[in-house]
Design a protein around this ligand. Structure first.
Ligand code: PLP
Length: 449
């Protein structure tokens, strides 16, 4: 193994200056472990592959019910999953040479029901809450046919409860839609920066939208306070929830099958690089946790954040000491990537990632729009700005000094021609056409400039 002789880029004044100056930069995690993790500490608990499998088993128990509640899930029998597709035209447009590997897209922007990666964690937590209630009240056993939960007894039970959440938009969409489909009352606390169409879509489904003048963090805090006063209100806490994180983690098992089917299973000679857009950190941390459980040192997970909202990297740099915000760094938390506009990261997600995350890169909004436009023109892939962030990953890794230092330190230079670069496209399905056209036009103008 390579000696740790060179200083880590994150130690340098240059990295801090870039972060404070809202310039794109790549931070490498000095605490990344080279082992496949066994169990990991998460809040007061310990989580392992068994928890990932349990989350997937829960989705399977609910699949027949979901197929009944959502006609769009008929074709998959109630499974909410996305495709893994190669992106050769996008790879060429990005100037990523085949000597550096092959680019793939994990298309969560097409996930049914929620239209974003939040279909994984958000729906899982609502299902877990519904299952717990139904088990407690003797309406089902773990072996039951869960379509019974569409019946009158279950709906009468669920209607006594409210499910609430604080959200920049997409989490509210997934939770609000699933909770109201099961018969819960649903309330979504939203920040002022949440998009109007997301609020409209929720209201159309009978979800109560509570608007807050402040940012995402304040919306979550307000929702949490309100829920604490009502024993029949269940609050999905995006900053602290293990159920959310484990719901996301189940994606790793399905992705594992997709990689195997395509002959892409990672090993020492076939590294897998995964680039995950990061907001509060629950979604990318859950997925990275699951993937590291499966592949250990052969998978390299990088999170991608907007230059004005790099909450996860400042949390990782704090290394467990405190819960810093991007405002502390003189940043604005203003970004068009509304799914990522989070000032302070989940400490739970950061704890789970302490030795699992390879690094964090930051991207400017202009880059997101350029990549959004490029994804559309090369691969006919229609994503929202947040979801384009991962596409910036391969260039940052193979084209910067910090990225090349990472590859050298891990002895990867000789096998990069066999690498898989997987950009996780995290949302976009339900973006209204006029809004999408504005995004596309902004990207087109930047491309022409
Ligand atoms: C929520 C979201 C993310 C990031 O998930 P976090 O759990 O907030 O880190 C990424 N992309 C999109 C489109 C999202 O909605």
């Amino acid at each position: 193994m390579t000696a740790h002789s060179a200083p880590f880029p994150h130690d340098t004044e240059a990295h801090l200056a870039a972060l404070r100056g809202a310039r794109p930069t790549l931070w490498l995690n000095p605490d990344l472990s080279r082992e496949r993790p066994d169990a990991l500490a998460a809040g007061g608990k310990s989580i392992s592959l068994a928890d990932v499998q349990q989350a997937r088993a829960r989705f399977r128990r609910f699949a027949p019910l979901l197929a009944r509640l959502f006609p769009e899930l008929g074709a998959t029998g109630g499974v909410i999953e996305s495709d893994l597709v190669a992106a050769p035209a996008l790879q060429r447009a990005l100037d990523l040479p085949s000597a550096h590997g092959v680019l793939w897209l994990k298309q969560d922007h097409l996930l049914p029901v929620a239209g974003s990666i939040k279909a994984r964690g958000g729906i899982h937590e609502v299902l877990e809450f519904a299952e717990t209630l139904a088990l407690e009240h003797g309406l089902i056993t773990l072996e039951s046919d869960y379509t019974a939960l569409a019946g009158d007894a279950a709906r009468a039970l669920f209607s006594r409860y409210e499910v609430a959440v604080g959200s920049t938009g997409n989490l509210g969409l997934s939770i609000g839609v699933m909770a109201s489909a099961l018969g819960f009352r649903a309330a979504v606390h939203m920040s002022s920066d949440a998009k109007a169409w997301k609020k409209d879509r929720l209201r159309a489904r009978g979800v109560e939208v509570v608007e807050h003048a402040g940012d995402y963090e304040e919306a979550v805090a307000a929702g949490r306070r309100q829920a604490e006063q009502d024993p029949f209100c269940y609050f999905v806490d995006d900053e602290r929830s293990l159920s959310l994180l484990l719901g996301y983690s189940a994606a790793a098992l399905h992705l594992g099958e997709q990689l195997r089917e395509r002959g892409l299973a990672p090993d020492a000679a076939h590294p897998l690089f995964v680039y995950l857009p990061c907001g509060v950190g629950g979604a990318p941390a859950g997925i990275a946790f699951g993937l590291r459980q499966l592949y250990g040192p052969y998978v390299h997970c990088f999170f991608v954040e907007p230059t004005q909202s790099p909450c996860f990297v400042v949390q990782m740099m704090a290394a467990g000491e405190g819960n810093p915000s991007v405002y502390d760094y003189g940043l604005t938390n203003r970004t068009e990537a509304d799914g990522l506009a989070v000032p302070r990261a989940s400490e739970l997600a950061a704890q789970v990632m302490r030795q699992q995350l390879a690094g964090v890169l930051t991207v400017e909004d202009d880059t997101l729009f350029r990549l959004l436009h490029l994804a559309a023109t090369t691969e006919n892939v229609r994503v929202e700005p947040s979801a384009a962030a991962g596409i910036a990953g391969p260039a940052m890794l193979t084209g910067t000094a910090a990225g090349r230092a990472y590859l050298a330190r891990h002895g990867l230079d000789a096998v990069m021609h066999q690498a898989v670069h997987l950009a996780w496209t995290t949302g976009g399905l339900f973006v209204p056409e006029d809004e999408y056209q504005r995004f596309f036009a902004r990207g087109a103008a930047l491309a022409a400039a």
